[in-house]
Design a protein around this ligand. Structure first.
Ligand code: SF4
Length: 285
């Protein structure tokens, strides 16, 4: 297979230079590396510039409501846990409207990959601050002299704390590393979060390609992802140096592993024939 197999006939409408192009290409590269079966792969999106990625990738896909990709991905995974389920969306979609779902998906350790396009701004609605915007960031809606007065959410730190069993960060300017993080996340059995640093060339004049290029540092050579305390310490670094790579990984039972009903086969493979539901129907009458 080649990356072209995952293309549709639509031309992406992102702004020229948008970091979403790097994520799009990395995702196709990861799919190719994994030789994913298109008929067994589902991409679930929320709403936003990032979530438009589902309109361009050739596999099963659902565009849900704003911030609701994870509950829909959860339903798909529980109905058929044999599928490869990937949720994807922006920092506003996932850390704002979808924050509650993020908390519970992480602690349940559902076997879902979640790729967060983190551009630290709401791009589709023209540049409001998002939950990951830097303190003091100026936008049309948070003008000088104060700028943004809310502290940003640290996605990596929070994902580790909540119980995600694979947590990584990547940068869209390094597509090889990003594709590798995606491959590892999809291979991992459990909730796998990748915080993807993605410049928004139209509305974020702080976190640019040049800004990231000077700061990102791969932690692969000097960090053991089994070390939770070190992972938390690295997650807290943000400034002159921004760590990227796999922060944390642990093997533990997934949500589906814990459900007796899902042990032998998927719900979609089960049949109700031979089961007497007349009592249930009588109760509902
Ligand atoms: Fe990309 Fe920002 Fe343009 Fe949206 S507004 S397509 S995030 S550059």
């Amino acid at each position: 297979m080649s990356a072209y197999d995952f293309n549709l006939d639509y031309v992406p409408t992102w702004c020229p230079g948008c970091g979403n192009f790097g994520i799009f290409n990395s995702l196709k590269k990861a799919f190719t590396t994994l030789e994913l079966d298109l008929e067994q792969t589902v991409l679930v999106n929320g709403i936003g510039c990032s979530s438009k990625i589902g309109q361009y990738v050739n596999c099963y896909r659902i565009e849900t409501l704003h911030g609701r990709s994870l509950p829909v991905a959860t339903g798909i995974k529980l109905a058929n846990h044999g599928l490869t389920v990937i949720a994807e969306g922006g920092d506003g979609d996932g850390m704002g409207l979808g924050m509650g779902h993020f908390v519970h998906t992480a602690r349940r350790n559902l076997d879902i990959s979640y790729f967060i396009h983190n551009n630290q701004v709401y791009g589709l609605t023209k540049g409001q601050t998002s939950p990951t915007s830097e303190l003091g960031m100026f936008t049309k809606f948070t003008p000088p002299p104060l700028g943004n007065v809310e502290r940003p959410v640290n996605i990596v730190d929070m994902a580790i704390s909540l119980g995600a069993s694979f947590v990584a960060r990547a940068y869209t300017g390094d597509m090889n590393l990003l594709a590798d993080m995606m491959v590892q996340a999809i291979r991992h059995r459990g909730f796998a979060v990748v915080d993807i640093l993605q410049p928004c060339v139209s509305f974020n004049s702080v976190n640019t390609y040049a800004w990231y290029q000077q700061r990102v540092r791969n932690i692969a050579d000097d960090h053991d992802p089994a070390n939770r305390e070190q992972a938390k310490s690295l997650a807290g670094r943000w400034g002159d140096e921004i760590p990227v790579g796999v922060f944390f990984r642990e093997e533990r039972p997934t949500f589906a592993d814990s459900m007796a009903q899902l042990k032998d086969r998927t719900l979609t493979a089960k049949t109700l024939s031979g089961v007497d539901i007349s009592g249930l129907m009588a109760d509902l009458a």
